[in-house]
Design a binder for this molecule. Sequence first.
Ligand SMILES: *Cc1c(COP(=O)(O)O)cnc(C)c1O
Length: 230
Amino acid sequence: MVADNYREVDRRVGEACARNGRNRQEVTLIAVSKTKPVELIREAMDAGADVFGENKVQELCDKYEQLPKTLHWHLIGHLQRNKVKYIVDKVDLIHSVDSMRLAEEISKEAEKKQTDVKVLIEVNVAQEESKFGVSVDETEELVREIAKLPRIHVLGLMTIAPNVSDPEENRPVFRTLKKLAVDIKMKNIDNVRMDVLSMGMTGDYQVAIEEGATMVRVGTGIFGERNYSV
Ligand SMILES: *Cc1c(COP(=O)(O)O)cnc(C)c1O
């Protein structure tokens, strides 16, 4: 079932790209495997999945140990500074940097491990109180400050759009993030790329792709509903 789901989501990602004249290779499908066992991750791998998103450090590390090292892991959830040391050499990308203090810790640990760490800045576009992330207005300043730190590289922006019934409601959110990335890119800040836009989840990834997403994070659509009580 998971393999079929993955193929179906992958197909829809391709369709959304085609509708907008985009190359399928421009969009990375991240299979969000949080709360799901490694057996289901293996099923997704059978369908070709090799990029997985987790939101908890411990869970990511456990799965990292159990699965082939050829997989790519993305930390998509809120990251506490005291956990940074466990993941800097395991993840391809941290999607959720939203403070200078966190960036400094990542930079410090990356130096210790002699590795380079790629990050996205999490932007709370919709200004939801329950969500992490910097405001649209604070983003450029944070990007400029992080750009000066060693061994940490800002590749772009990420947002978690509101939970809505009609994905069209989130189109302005995605459009705002895209515009912000374009605006910052035009400033040509050293050590800043702004080519990656991580936006869109199960309910709205097709709209996000239409608005310029280069990474979509799909959990439920691939692995089914999550049960947090177990
Ligand atoms: C859980 C999660 C997702 C996946 O959400 P679905 O609606 O299940 O696709 C995407 N992004 C982040 C940051 C998440 O925590």
